[in-house]
Every structure is written in structure tokens, then in C-alpha cells.
Design a protein around this ligand. Structure first.
Ligand code: GRF
Length: 187
């Protein structure tokens, strides 16, 4: 069974959702969580779920040697980013060709790129007067949010929606579809 590392920089609600889904499906194994944020809540979630989680600095992720050693130690086959804010460095891309995927809370190629994360995305969607938004699941390449698109799902944006309302709808799509797409890609 393929072994997938989960990378997150913040809360990790997607990490928890993914782990719960595969606890039932048992088609993939998630033995490792990595974060670039020592105090990210994702570490608490990992601990509760019994998954080892490690912190690496931005430079360690960029240099990649320590990260690659750990991924090898855990015999990782693929990498799933779930709210991971750093660009993936070339050594990691080389070690996991077409084996790193990400979820972005908007319909790429719009509202993507550096700085476009979390509420920034939903505010931009709102300010642009978009009537729909959604999620994009894509392969990772050397540029932010530019890898080949695997899957997209949409939800309406109402004039009365606040960025928080939009975020809630987008998170629902993430929790609904990310586990299934991960299973299709790595299962
Ligand atoms: C999600 O909105 C995801 O689309 C984006 O980062 C957020 C992570 O949220 N990449 P969480 O940490 O999983 O709660």
C-alpha cells in the first residue's frame, strides 16, 4: 500500500479529514506529517491521530537533505500538500516526480500564485465580483500553483457572501473531494 506524507503549515483540518477518510478506506497509509511551522495546530491534530509530525525550517525545506532523509526513512511514496505555504524545492521535485499534489482554494489559473492563500484568495474573489469559486487540485511544479490540474469543483458566490462565507463553502468542497482525488492519484 502506498505511503503518503502530509505537509501543512497551519491548522491542518484537511490533514485530519484525509486521515479520517483513509482510516475507513484503508487504501493508502499516512505515516508522517511535516510542517514548516513549529507551532502549527496540525502537530496537535497529528498527535491525537497517532501520526508522527516533524518541524523543519524554511531553509531546511529549501535545502531538502534532512527532509528527504526522513521521507526515505518512512519509505514515503508520495506527498500531499494540505495548506503548505512554501514552494517545493527542486531536490524534492526531483525525488518525487509527479508524486506531489496540492489543493488550492480557488479555480486556478485565476487567484493563484505567491501570496494567494487563505482569506487573501476569498477577498480577491469577492472584490472581483465573481459569481462562482471553488477548489483546484493539481500537481506541484517549480512555480506556485502552476502544475497540471487534476480536478476542480465549483460553488456559487452570492452578492451577500462575505469572504468568511466563501471560505466555509470552499472548505466544504475540500473536505468532500480531496480524499477521493488523493485515492485516485496514489491508490
Ligand atoms: C485550505 O484552504 C487549502 O485549500 C489551502 O490551505 C488551507 C488549509 O487549511 N491550501 P487547513 O490547514 O487544512 O485547515
Amino acid at each position: 500500500m502506498n505511503r503518503i506524507a502530509l505537509l501543512a503549515s497551519g491548522s491542518g483540518s484537511n490533514v485530519e479529514n484525509i486521515f479520517n477518510y483513509f482510516n475507513v478506506r484503508k487504501t493508502l497509509d499516512f505515516p508522517l506529517v511535516l510542517s514548516n511551522n513549529e507551532h502549527a495546530y496540525v502537530h496537535e491534530r497529528a498527535q491525537k491521530m497517532g501520526i508522527p509530525s516533524y518541524f523543519f525550517t524554511k531553509n531546511e525545506f529549501a535545502e531538502a537533505k534532512l527532509v528527504l532523509d526522513l521521507l526515505q526513512k518512512y519509505a514515503i511514496d508520495g506527498i500531499v500538500l494540505a495548506g503548505f505555504m512554501l514552494k517545493i524545492s527542486q531536490p524534492l521535485l526531483d525525488a518525487f516526480p509527479n508524486k506531489i499534489i496540492n489543493i488550492h482554494p480557488a479555480l486556478l489559473p485565476k487567484y493563484g500564485g505567491k501570496g494567494m492563500y487563505g482569506h487573501h484568495v476569498h477577498e480577491a474573489v469577492k472584490n472581483a465580483g465573481e459569481t462562482e469559486t471553488g477548489i483546484t487540485i493539481h500537481y506541484i511544479n517549480e512555480n506556485y500553483d502552476e502544475g497540471n490540474i487534476i480536478f476542480q469543483a465549483k460553488c456559487p458566490v452570492l452578492l451577500t457572501d462575505t469572504p468568511e462565507d466563501i471560505a466555509a463553502k470552499v472548505h466544504e468542497l475540500e473536505y468532500r473531494y480531496y480524499p477521493e482525488i488523493i485515492e485516485q492519484v496514489f491508490g
